[in-house]
Design a binder for this molecule. Structure first.
Ligand code: ATP
Ligand code: MG
Length: 280
């Protein structure tokens, strides 16, 4: 009897979540998806933030949205009609969400159906979660295989990330059906060494001590992020910057490569801060 060839493995679902709002989830989802696609992995990034719809703007495809995630869930459009192929990378697609519907339009069954269909076509499915720990955020993480918890080095963000880690350990399909945890890693964003030195921000070690999950990367505070988002460019497709290098390194680690963290680790105070002391 001829051996059946193994079917291609299904795509991996990765949620980008945080609890606290405005910490850099959408920026990170766009950057991570684009960096995976740049490496040749077929990747789709989905906007779970129903009603706000920022992802398509950061990805630069807001004028191309005709149908969305909610239309597909409600049976008003087929997945193929709602997926937008990126113009820069043919391995990258975007599934935008609706700006007018409310969050109740997302149903667990509907989300599962769409994700299952996407898993057949893509290697990576990146879910951009809304802020908070309510329904929308819980649905974004429910079917995840892995999680990237975006955290800023400040107390309120770390506290919310800690709550999200609790949900990832209990309120996901993996936890409920198999008793296994979703693998979670922290992506520290908007890190500003000068403010850490001035005692205004938490150190990387302080954050990791509280959250007690592995560090995926450290993205510095950088004007390049805002500049890129204003022109609808995921940061890793824009001109090289410290922030784009940090995201590329984080994605290499996500894929299991060993990348030295020293580039982004806390540096010794620079010449000027040693000379004049850290700014107050
Ligand atoms: N590393 C960074 N350096 C400078 N600005 C940044 C950085 N990361 C994100 N930002 C800025 O922070 C703001 C919020 O980012 P973003 O929209 O990605 O956050 P979010 O977590 O998705 O927010 P929400 O919870 O509202 O969905 C944006 O103006 C973005 O440009
Ligand atoms: Mg967002």
């Amino acid at each position: 009897m001829t051996q059946l060839k193994d079917k291609d493995p299904l795509g991996k679902v990765i949620v980008i979540t945080s609890g606290k709002g405005g910490v850099g989830k959408t920026t990170s989802a766009a950057a991570i998806a684009a960096a995976l696609a740049k490496r040749g992995h077929k990747t789709v990034v989905i906007d779970f933030d129903v009603g706000l719809r920022n992802l398509d703007m950061i990805m630069g495809c807001e004028r191309r949205v005709v149908f969305d995630f909610i239309n597909v869930i409600q049976g008003e459009a087929r997945l193929k009609q709602a997926l937008i192929k990126d113009k820069r990378l043919d391995t990258l697609s975007i599934l935008p969400t609706s700006q007018t519907r409310d969050k109740d339009a997302l149903t667990q069954d509907g989300v599962e159906k769409v994700l299952n269909e996407l898993k057949e076509q893509f290697d990576y499915i990146i879910c951009d979660s809304p802020a908070g720990i309510e329904r929308g955020a819980q649905l974004a993480m429910y079917f995840a295989d892995e999680a990237v918890v975006v955290t800023n080095p400040e107390v309120s963000s770390v506290r919310d990330s800690d709550r999200v880690l609790g949900l990832l350990a209990s309120k996901t399909k993996r936890a409920e059906d198999e008793g296994t945890e979703v693998k979670a890693q922290v992506l520290l964003t908007r890190h500003d060494q000068r403010r850490v030195d001035a005692g205004e921000m938490m150190t990387i070690d302080d954050v990791l001590e509280i959250l007690a999950v592995p560090l995926l990367g450290v993205v510095p505070e950088s004007p390049a992020v805002l500049r890129a988002s204003n022109v609808g460019m995921p940061i890793v497709l824009d001109e090289p910057s410290e922030a784009s290098r940090a995201y590329e390194a984080a994605v290499a680690r996500l894929l299991g490569e060993e990348v030295d963290m020293s580039m982004s680790k806390e540096k010794k105070p620079g010449f000027f801060s040693r000379l004049f002391g850290a700014p107050a």
